[in-house]
Design a protein around this ligand. Structure first.
Ligand code: ATP
Ligand code: MG
Length: 757
């Protein structure tokens, strides 16, 4: 069949083109960051459509985030020259699974309007089960059980096929509780996140006719970020692709960063075994980054052992070296980055102006975000937080959504529990127990149970009248939700008003109340983009990001994990300190596995940058209200010198903002750790051409810290963790110190400073 003129093919290099044109049979595209894997995958979809191999809804394309799915759809639309109408099956594993499961819910013992639980609901449910079994929740917390169950689901293990070796989990009760949990979910007509895939895989396995229908329907399967699929996802794919084997996966083993969530990089290596005769295509030219950025990233990842190894090159202009800078503390780091962003935006750094839309701050841990949010709010720099603590996780939003849930699915018991006494209706624990019992005895939902309690007048006084009102109201809202022509936006407003929920916050005098009311308004606004409440609830259960849609150009703040697949002209990578990045957990582990995953994360971070990449660390950080000193990350040592420029820090180190030098003895003690670390010393050597000044204030303190002779018995000293104390003895480079509060300790002399008291 003659293809239409196809400019999208001309934009590709020969290897990419080969991957696009090899339409039939299994194809694996295995290549480093920025080599155009996603671009080629998108072109492949266009090519499938243009050559008439498949209709839009016969292509199944799996992306890592919903945002990536939207972008892919948009790009396909643009390449086609008309919209990507009918491409119904581009999405994440989860969003596609929801659709499949709604169609076949009955095969999993569910109704098609099942609810998707969030973590909170899940934990609440597990708590109930744990206490029903008389297990001590303090010793065996629900969160731990949730983790175990999730782990099993990621491996596609139902309660019936959890291997014997694993069954000892959770004090030998894990498996029974898992079984009970799944039963309970079924009764509630609910699923958790892990179930979405597990149920679909189970249905495919148990119902070959259903599987076959989809094997025929999805003529071509494409998967981006294949290195991060877990076993359940892998089985899901393999089942669907088994018939025609038209599957194309793209990935990069160096970017596998979800091992902690059950992803198995081994899936890539198994591909050729599972799909014999697969074409493996390697891409080597990077189109995203400058040679310095690429060099720095390659230098870091080279320290990993378990790699397939690949060549990466670019013909981009040399550009700037990766910039490295140390700060006194996290606030200083945020202030400096804020100023850099403004300077880059104005173009006063000697660069072409860069829009904040093309800048990002990528953090290792979400608690790092707050410093940036605070700072940017202060200086009025627009930003968006992607991922992290989300709008939809706020208390008032979750309450409001529980109302919507019970209206859409009256059998949603968890939603009922959440709203029955919110706002306060005089339906305390006792009344709720009566409702629970009524429901349990009759084997009905809580809403039904409540109805019986009302008709039999099983509770008295104000509670009874209130419960009657609530039950009647839910019935009415439910009827309205089903009525043709009823606007779901109006309905949502009515629900919040008639339930007394809005009034509850209007009458609340706490400082947070106005913000909560704003959020509720924002929630109703968000409904506008959906056809009905159910569609909206589904969306919320699935979203991974909370971008606001207004026009201002904004800097993005997100975790490194959320940045996968994205690119920005300028990238800031703050917090490169041992214990933060790499995480303490990965450093404490015995093997190298955790550390290697952190290093891949560093590689992902650096390779997001197109032109300017700035890595920073702080000598001190406040973590959960405590000051902690930190050493520069070991990954900093791995950055090849020729690709890095060490900047002189401002403020503290003799620069411009007049930031506070470490003036208190506590601060000096914290800095003692840093300035004596091998990493810091190496940094200073490396920046010999642009000397990195010692902190003005602390110079006289820090200089002789190595020399034990600077202490005598009877000296007052200060240690960052133990506080003030008196030197009792000196032995080699160690001191015996009697701390005022912490008692006697033996420590290395360089970790304490003299206290002028
Ligand atoms: P990652 O591993 O980070 O997901 P990737 O391999 O998916 O990266 P893409 O995001 O597809 O890479 O491409 C990186 C950048 O290179 C994009 O801006 C893309 O438009 C550009 N690019 C890819 N291929 C080409 C090409 N042949 N010619 C010009 N630009 C290209
Ligand atoms: Mg990509």
């Amino acid at each position: 069949m003659a293809a239409r003129p196809s400019p999208y093919l001309d934009e590709l290099n020969p290897a990419q083109r080969a991957a696009v044109e090899a339409l039939d049979g299994p194809v694996l595209m295995l290549a480093g960051a920025g080599t155009g894997k996603t671009k080629a995958l998108t072109a492949r979809i266009v090519h499938l459509l243009n050559t008439g191999r498949a209709r839009p809804n016969e292509i199944l394309a799996v992306t890592f985030t919903n945002k990536a799915a939207r972008e892919m759809k948009d790009r396909v639309g643009r390449m086609l020259g008309h919209g990507a109408e009918g491409m119904a099956w581009i999405g994440t594993f989860h969003s596609i699974s929801v659709k499949l499961l709604r169609r076949h819910a009955e095969l999993a013992g569910l109704k098609s309007n099942f609810t998707i639980l969030d973590t909170d609901d899940q934990i609440r449910l597990l708590k109930q089960l744990i206490s029903a079994e008389n297990i001590d929740e303090k010793r065996w917390p629900a969160r731990q059980l949730a983790g175990i169950i999730d782990h099993w689901k990621n491996r596609a293990w139902t309660p019936r096929n959890v291997p014997a070796a694993e069954a000892a989990a959770f004090n030998n009760r894990g498996l029974d509780l898992y079984d009970a949990y799944q039963d309970r979910l079924r009764t509630l007509n609910a699923v958790d996140f892990g179930d979405l895939l597990l149920h679909v895989v189970t249905i495919f396995q148990a119902h070959p006719d259903v599987l076959e229908q989809y094997q025929r329907w999805f003529r071509y399967i494409l998967v981006d970020e294949y290195q991060d699929t877990n076993v359940a996802q892998y089985m899901w794919l393999r089942l669907l692709a088994q018939g025609h084997r038209n599957i194309c996966c793209v990935g990069d083993d160096d970017q596998s960063i979800y091992g902690w969530r059950g992803a198995e990089v081994g899936n890539i290596l198994r591909f050729e075994k599972d799909f014999p005769g697969a074409q493996v295509i390697r891409l080597e030219q990077n189109y995203r980054s400058t040679p310095h950025i690429l060099g720095a990233a390659s230098g870091v990842i080279a320290a990993n052992q378990g790699r397939l190894g690949k060549t990466l090159w670019t013909d981009a202009q040399e550009g700037e070296k990766v910039r490295l800078i140390g700060h006194w503390d996290g606030e200083e780091e945020a202030r400096w980055i804020g100023e850099e962003i403004e300077a880059m935006q104005r173009g006063t750094r000697g660069n072409d102006p860069i829009s904040p839309d093309h800048m990002a701050i990528l953090v290792r841990a979400s608690h790092q975000m707050r410093a940036f949010e605070d700072r940017f709010l202060t200086i009025g720099l627009p930003y968006r937080v992607i991922g992290g603590p989300r709008f939809y996780e706020r208390l008032e939003i979750r309450d409001a959504m529980a109302y919507f849930r019970i209206v859409v699915s009256p059998d949603d018991d968890l939603a009922f529990e959440r709203i029955v006494n919110t706002p306060k209706r005089g339906l305390g624990d006792k009344a709720q127990q009566i409702i629970q019992r009524a429901a349990r005895d009759a084997g009905v939902t809580l809403l039904e149970g409540a109805r019986r309690v009302v008709s039999d007048a099983q509770i008295g006084g104000k509670g009874l009248a209130e419960l009657r009102r609530l039950v009647t109201a839910v019935d009415q809202w439910h009827a309205r939700a089903l009525a043709p022509g009823q606007s779901h936006i109006e309905l949502a407003e009515q629900i919040l008003d008639e339930s007394g929920y809005t009034a509850m916050w209007q009458n609340d005098k706490t400082p947070e109340a106005p913000g909560r009311l704003e959020n509720l308004k924002e929630l109703v606004k968000a409904l506008e983009q959906f056809e009905n409440l159910q569609g909206f609830l589904e969306h919320v259960a699935l979203i991974m990001d909370n971008e606001t849609e207004d026009a201002a150009e904004k800097v993005s703040i997100m975790t490194l994990h959320a940045a996968k697949g994205l690119e920005f002209q300028a990238v800031f990578l703050p917090g490169w300190e041992d214990g933060l990045f790499p995480s303490q957990r990965s450093m404490d582990e015995s093997g190298i596995k955790g550390l290697e995953e952190e290093r891949r994360l560093a590689y992902v971070g650096i390779t997001r940058a197109e032109r300017i990449c700035t890595i920073s660390f702080a000598a001190n950080r406040r973590v959960y209200g405590q000051w902690q000193s930190a050493l520069p990350s070991r990954f900093i040592d791995e950055l090849p010198e020729e690709h890095v420029d060490v900047l002189t820090p401002p403020g503290l180190y003799g620069g411009g903002y007049g930031a506070a030098a470490p003036s208190t003895v506590e601060q000096r003690a914290a800095s003692a750790n840093v300035y004596n670390s091998p990493g810091w010393k190496r940094l200073q050597e490396r920046s010999a051409t642009r000397p990195m000044a010692q902190p003005r204030e602390s110079r006289n303190v820090v200089i002789d810290l190595d020399a034990v002779s600077s202490f005598s018995i009877g000296d007052r000293v200060f240690h960052q963790k133990f506080g003030y104390g008196t030197v009792q003895g000196i032995e080699g480079d160690k001191l015996d110190v009697a701390f005022d509060k912490a008692g006697p300790k033996k420590l290395v002399a360089r970790f304490v400073v003299a206290a002028e008291q």
